[in-house]
Write a protein that binds this ligand. Structure first.
Ligand code: PMP
Length: 378
């Protein structure tokens, strides 16, 4: 296809693209006006300008793991692909004592179970959410880390835990890292919401960076679906941190072999967009502002929901968790019958476990939601 035809084809997508956040339009415009672009394959490990910038985004621009070239970064089919490739890699190369097992928080993103089972790793639960406090079961979590056999693999949500919206505090993360280091556990970090929890990209990467500093063996699955609004473009990366550069070279070679047999090489468009944003100071600053707008709006909705429930409607029960939880999701603490009543009577759609998407609330529908929630818990 000639370049002009390519541009016509892309421009037919523009009415759709116009509805997406402003900076992506700017990056899209730059990308579409680049007459040197073609449809060639990317290298097996992806677009290097994207993967290296993505590694710095999660690990920090001055991370020793990046500077000492101990990190291998591979472009993946969004966060799901990163989870899959990370799981596949561990299934082949982790020195398992006995049958391969991964410890998953109870509850977790439902797909984690399927992803690990697919590659022959058995999921087992660790306590995470305490329905009594609608918060973190910190003691249960720590005790699972302490009692698991040495060198167990634990999946950790880097921030904005899905589905509960419950994250450890920094002090709690420090203790988790301490136990993991002592027990030589492996941290399988899933980072699908960087920026969405606090509004700050660095703040949301704090746990990952702390674990690297503390010397916990780890990998990170990174998704740009939510924070860059690129759901359908499937932009993600897997970063594996090794103790030495030589080990990292071997990891890279094995990851390339696995990636080759699965997808040959990853798709170009979304990676080019994210690479443009991450490698340009102006676009990067604008993106950070967009993220603050998105996360700030969610935080405002939390405050407003809490205010309506507690001050106006005087809804029975404690609603502090609405404010304490973080990110896109909130576990309301309502039971399956109450969730069903919201769906059937109020046409408010949520999962049976009482999880709502805070991003679905806005100034027009929040009162309707709060009033219906009030009715079903009374
Ligand atoms: N991990 C978690 C915890 C998620 O919530 C999601 C998306 N729901 C993903 C990974 C994967 O998302 P994607 O493949 O769209 O990047």
């Amino acid at each position: 296809m000639s370049l002009s035809l390519l541009q016509i084809a892309y421009s037919s997508l523009l009415p759709h693209i116009k509805r997406t956040p402003m900076r992506k339009n700017e990056a899209t415009r730059i990308l579409l006006s680049d007459e040197t672009l073609d449809h060639e394959y990317l290298p097996i490990t992806g677009l290097a300008s994207f993967t290296s910038a993505a590694a710095k985004l999660i690990l920090g621009p001055t991370s020793p793991a990046v500077q000492e070239q101990r990190t291998v970064s591979v472009q993946t089919i969004s966060g799901t692909g990163a989870n899959h490739l990370g799981a596949l890699f561990l299934s082949r190369f982790y020195k398992w004592d006995g049958a391969p097992k991964i410890w998953l928080s109870n509850p977790t993103w439902a797909n984690h179970h399927a992803i690990f089972k697919n590659v022959g790793i058995q999921p087992v639960d660790y306590p995470y959410y305490d329905p009594k406090t609608i918060g973190l079961d910190y003691d249960g979590f720590i005790s699972a880390l302490q009692t698991a056999p040495e060198r167990s693999v634990f999946l950790l949500h880097a921030c904005a835990h899905n589905p509960t919206g419950v994250d450890p505090t920094q002090e709690q993360w420090k203790s988790v890292a301490e136990v993991m280091a002592v027990k030589k556990h492996y941290a399988f970090f899933d980072s699908a919401y960087q920026g969405f929890a606090s509004g700050g990209l660095d703040k949301d990467a704090w746990a990952v960076r702390y674990f690297v500093e503390r010397g916990v063996a780890l990998l990170i699955c990174q998704s740009f679906a939510k924070n860059a609004g690129l759901y359908g473009e499937r932009v993600g990366a897997l970063h594996i941190v090794s103790p030495t550069r030589e080990a990292a070279d071997r990891v890279k070679s094995q990851l390339s072999v696995l990636q080759r047999s699965e997808i040959s090489n990853p798709p170009t468009y979304g990676a080019r967009l994210v690479s443009l944003i991450l490698n340009d100071d102006v676009l990067f600053d604008e993106w950070k502002k967009d993220i603050q707008t998105m996360s700030g709006r969610i935080i405002d909705m939390r405050k407003e929901l809490f205010r309506i429930l507690t001050e106006e409607l005087k809804t029975p029960g404690n609603w502090d968790h609405i404010m304490n939880q973080i990110g896109m999701f909130s576990f309301t603490g309502i039971n399956p019958e109450q969730s069903k009543a919201l769906v059937e009577k109020g046409h408010i759609y949520l999962t049976a476990n009482g999880r709502i998407s805070m991003a679905g609330l806005n100034t027009h529908n929040i009162r309707y939601f709060a009033e219906n929630l009030d009715k079903v818990v009374r």
